[in-house]
Design a protein around this ligand. Structure first.
Ligand SMILES: [Zn+2]
Length: 482
C-alpha cells in the first residue's frame, strides 16, 4: 500500500529519491542475500514488456532462443586470457555438490561466451552451418561489492546474443545491427535517447576485439551504459577451437559476436522519466496504460458506475490499450490516484455518476497538464492517439534535457569546471593515449563513454586533445557514470 509521505525530491537527494520510488511503486525489494534483488510484480511487468519487444526484434533479425547451463567448468573461463582476467575477480565458484568436493570447481556464469562457444565447436563444421544466430534469456552472477537495485546487483536477468560467422565483415555487420536494434528499442519503447559509439580499449569487454555501446544520460547527469554489442573477432573461436571448412575447402576459425541488455534498463527507465511523484512509464512499456477509477457515494451509484466502468475497460482493451479497472472498495479515489501516479500509469480515467449521465469521463495524464472532460464515444482511438503523443513527448523531453546538459569542444578548464558542477556529457578532442584517459578518470571520476558514431559527432571535431594538447585522433564523450 502507498504511504502518505512524499518522496524525497530528485533535487534534494537523487539517490534517496531513486530508492524511495522503487519501494513506493513496489518494483523491487532487497533480498536476504546481500547484493541480490527481489523483483516484485510491478517491476517484473515492466521487464516482461521489455523482453517481449526485444525478443520480437531479435526474431525479426533472424535469431533463435536457446538455453545453456548456469554452471561452467572453471577451466573454461581461463581459456581466453583477457576474459578470465576481466571476470575472475567477480565470479562465484561452486566447490561442493551433494556434500562432496567437486573434482573441478564450477563457475556460476557471469556471462556465457565460454560455455556457448564450446558447444559451437561441436555444432559447426562447414560454412554451410553458418551463421549461427542464437540468443538466450537468463540470469547471471557477478560478485558486486557496491550494489544498487536494478543498476548493479550480484544476480541479474538479461539476454545474451551469441553468433558465429564465416567472415569478419559479417561479424562486424551483426555487431552493428544489434547495437542498432538496442538503440531503436531504447528510443522507441523506452523513450530514452542514447549516444552510440565504440568503447576505448580500457572500457572494452574482456576478450572482445571491439565493443560498441548505447549510453544514456540520467537526470542526475550521470551516464548509464544501457546496452553493449561486441565484435569478438576470432579470440574465443581460437580458445575453443571453433573451426569450419570454408567454401574453398580450407579450415578457418569462425568470427563471433555477443550482445546484451539487462534488468538495468528498468533502472534506466526510472532515472530517465521519473519525477518527484514517482515513476513515469512510457506507454509502450507500461503494464497498465490506462487505469479507470470509479467514483461513487451510494451503493446504487456504485453498481451503475462500476458496471459502466467495466464496460469501458473492455472497450479500451479491445481498442488495444492495456486497461485496468480499480474497483477496490474501502480505498478512496484520491488514494488510488496517488498510488497509480507513483506507479507511473500513463493515463487515468475518472468516472462518476455525473459523467455517466453526461456520457463523458475525466482524463488525467501522468505527464501533467490539466484534467480534461471528454466524451466516452470514441474514447478508444483517442486514448491510443494520446499515448502515441505521450510516448513521443517523453523522448523529446529526455533528448532536450540531455542536450541541455552536454557541452562540445570543451577545453581542459571547461571540462574540469563542468565535472565539478556535476555536468553531463562532454564532447572533446582525444589523443587516444591511455595515460590521458587514466589521469582524467583519477582526477575527475569521468570516463570516456564512447568514441561517438558519426551522426553524434560535433560539426567541428576538435584538433587537439582536451587534456594534453597533443593532436586529437578522435572526438570522445566523457561523463561520470553508473
Ligand atoms: Zn591526451
Amino acid at each position: 500500500m502507498a504511504e502518505a509521505k512524499a518522496l524525497t525530491t530528485r533535487a534534494a537527494d537523487f539517490s534517496a529519491w531513486y530508492n524511495e520510488l522503487i519501494a513506493r511503486a513496489e518494483l523491487a525489494d532487497y533480498s536476504p542475500v546481500r547484493g541480490c534483488m527481489v523483483i516484485r510484480p510491478n517491476g517484473y511487468a515492466i521487464w516482461e514488456q521489455m523482453q517481449r519487444a526485444l525478443d520480437q526484434m531479435f526474431k525479426d533479425t533472424g535469431h533463435q532462443n536457446a538455453y545453456f547451463p548456469l554452471f561452467i567448468p572453471l577451466s573454461y573461463l581461463s581459456r581466453e586470457a583477457e576474459h578470465v582476467e576481466g571476470f575472475a575477480p567477480e565470479t562465484a565458484v561452486v566447490t561442493h555438490g551433494g556434500g562432496k568436493e567437486l573434482e573441478e570447481p564450477l563457475v556460476v556464469r557471469p556471462t556465457s561466451e565460454t560455455i556457448i562457444y564450446s558447444m559451437y565447436a561441436k555444432w559447426i563444421q562447414s560454412y554451410r552451418d553458418l551463421p549461427v544466430l542464437i540468443n538466450q534469456w537468463a540470469n547471471v552472477v557477478r560478485w558486486e561489492l557496491r550494489t544498487r537495485l536494478f543498476l548493479r546487483t550480484t544476480e541479474f536477468l538479461w539476454q545474451e546474443g551469441h553468433t558465429a560467422h564465416a567472415t569478419e565483415a559479417e561479424a562486424e555487420a551483426e555487431t552493428r545491427q544489434m547495437l542498432n536494434v538496442y538503440r531503436t528499442f531504447m528510443e522507441q519503447w523506452m523513450a530514452m535517447p542514447v549516444l552510440t559509439g565504440r568503447k576505448t580499449d580500457s572500457e572494452r569487454f574482456a576478450g572482445a576485439l571491439r565493443t560498441y555501446s548505447c549510453e544514456a544520460l540520467m537526470q542526475d547527469n550521470k551516464a548509464l551504459q544501457a546496452g553493449t554489442s561486441h565484435n569478438l573477432g576470432q579470440n574465443f573461436a581460437r580458445a575453443f577451437e571453433v573451426t569450419f571448412q570454408t567454401a574453398a575447402g580450407e579450415l578457418d576459425h569462425v568470427w563471433n559476436t555477443s550482445w546484451g541488455v539487462s534488468t538495468r534498463l528498468v533502472g534506466a527507465l526510472i532515472m530517465t522519466h521519473g519525477d518527484d511523484a514517482g515513476l513515469v512509464c512510457p506507454p509502450r512499456l507500461a503494464q497498465y496504460q490506462v487505469v479507470i477509477v470509479p467514483i461513487y457515494r451510494t451503493d446504487e451509484e456504485r453498481g451503475n458506475v462500476v458496471e459502466a466502468a467495466e464496460h469501458l475497460r473492455k472497450e479500451l482493451a479491445a481498442a488495444g490499450a492495456r486497461t485496468h479497472l480499480d474497483a477496490r472498495e474501502g480505498v478512496k479515489p484520491g488514494a488510488k490516484y496517488y498510488e497509480w501516479e507513483g506507479r507511473g500509469v500513463p493515463l487515468r480515467i475518472e468516472l462518476g455518476p455525473r459523467d455517466l449521465a453526461a456520457g463523458t469521463v475525466v482524463l488525467a495524464r501522468r505527464t501533467g497538464g490539466k484534467k480534461e472532460t471528454v466524451p466516452i464515444a470514441g474514447l478508444g482511438p483517442r486514448i491510443l492517439t494520446e499515448m502515441d503523443r505521450m510516448q513521443a513527448e517523453l523522448l523529446e523531453t529526455a533528448r532536450a534535457r540531455r542536450e541541455a546538459n552536454s557541452i562540445r569542444g570543451a577545453t581542459k578548464e571547461q571540462f574540469l569546471a563542468y565535472m565539478e558542477s556535476n555536468g553531463g556529457f562532454v564532447y572533446a578532442g582525444f589523443c587516444g593515449r591511455h595515460e590521458c584517459e587514466a589521469e582524467i578518470k583519477e582526477k575527475t571520476k569521468a570516463t570516456i563513454r564512447v568514441l561517438p558514431d558519426e551522426e553524434f559527432r560535433s560539426p567541428d571535431v576538435p584538433k587537439t586533445c582536451m587534456w594534453c594538447g597533443r593532436p586529437s585522433v578522435t572526438e570522445a564523450v566523457w561523463a561520470k557514470a553508473y
